[in-house]
Design a protein around this ligand. Structure first.
Ligand code: GFB
Length: 312
């Protein structure tokens, strides 16, 4: 990529897409194409083809996806599998058809088997059954990885896939029913503090482990990989994580402290735990020369500041 390259960031208003935009702009890239959901329905093949024909992007960051936390994933599996399959298939096929130079596809750490050994190495893909609460989303993301792999294989395209761990940061979804745990707990502890509530409800047993990465680190890794490597250098895909995880109980304690809530934490064990652990093995990423920089504590503080700035 050079600074004048025409870059399409699909999903530029979401958590990952907005971070990619910030990162690319800060590095001096200036020739972007963006479309809001309303302007372009990515599940519509004809609309996607017309958009590529008209705009002819050179580089594509495929950060558009139907995403959500554990409850949304398990409540709306048909929507999660359908929308994600359509978005991926349409953009990846159009990227091939209109001869783009390179594409980066974002998967998710939930693609790995539920009971795979930890940390999760890239080669564990498709070696066992998936976690039930997000199987629909995971199957769609696995299809995306394989679309990239097989288009590269058959058509000689240059489509890279990355598997991020659980991400958080500005522009996340803070809706309590559909969000991931990090934004949900930031909001719950904040509201409990300002309303002087005695307790905050945390779903599940608090025992599952999760690995959290600030989305600015994620965007840094994606831009670094797009600038420096081709699909042949990377292999089928590369994990993007920080190499450390904590339990949901520990996360709740940490957010409680950062927000300054003084009440109690109450577990709601009627809610699902999801997968017990999904710590990524980041040996490959490190060997490609990249490491995360943002400490969890600092990332949560920054996210909490951002959240407060939005609700004023
Ligand atoms: O982040 P999360 O919704 O999704 O939940 P996953 C992580 C853990 O936090 C689960 C617990 O054990 C939840 O039960 N948790 C505790 C909460 N309190 C809350 C709360 O208030 N809200 C939420 N949402 N969780 C997702 C997948 O799995 O990971 C997606 O659903 C995606 O497909 C994403 O892959 C990265 O980490 O379990």
């Amino acid at each position: 990529m050079d600074k004048r390259s025409k870059i399409y960031v699909a999903g530029h208003r979401g958590l990952v897409g907005s971070a990619l935009r910030r990162k690319l702009e800060s590095k001096g890239y200036a020739n972007f194409i963006f479309r809001t959901h309303r302007e372009l329905d990515l599940t519509n093949q004809q609309a996607v083809n017309e958009f590529f024909e008209q705009e002819r992007p050179e580089y594509v960051f495929l950060a558009a996806a139907k995403v959500g936390g554990i409850l949304a994933n398990s409540t709306y599996p048909a929507i999660f599998i359908y929308e994600n399959l359509m978005i991926e298939a349409n953009i990846i096929h159009a990227s091939y058809k209109y001869g783009i130079k390179k594409l980066l596809f974002l998967g998710s750490s939930c693609i790995y088997p539920k009971m795979a050994p930890q940390p999760l190495k890239e080669e564990y893909l498709l070696t066992g059954p998936l976690e039930e609460t997000n199987e629909a989303y995971a199957v769609a993301k696995i299809a995306g990885i394989r679309l990239c792999k097989h288009y590269n294989q058959q058509y000689g395209t240059n489509f890279i896939s990355v598997m991020p761990t659980n991400l958080y940061g500005p522009n996340d979804n803070f809706d309590l029913e559909t969000s991931h745990v990090m934004p949900a707990l930031v909001r719950k502890f904040h509201e409990a503090k300002v309303n002087n509530q005695p307790e905050v409800i945390v779903w599940g047993t608090g025992k599952p482990f999760r690995e959290f990465m600030h989305v600015d680190d994620m965007a840094g890794a994606c831009v670094y990989l797009m600038e420096s490597f081709n699909a042949d250098d990377i292999g089928e895909f590369v994990n993007i994580g920080v190499g450390k995880d904590i339990t949901i109980g520990e996360l709740a304690e940490l957010i409680k402290e950062i927000v300054g809530f003084e009440g109690k934490i109450k577990l709601d064990t009627s809610k699902p735990d999801g997968t017990p652990q999904k710590l990524l093995d980041i040996t490959k990423l490190n060997s490609l020369g990249w490491k995360a920089r943002i400490a969890l504590n600092d990332g949560i503080e920054q996210t909490y500041d951002w959240y407060q700035s939005q609700i004023k």
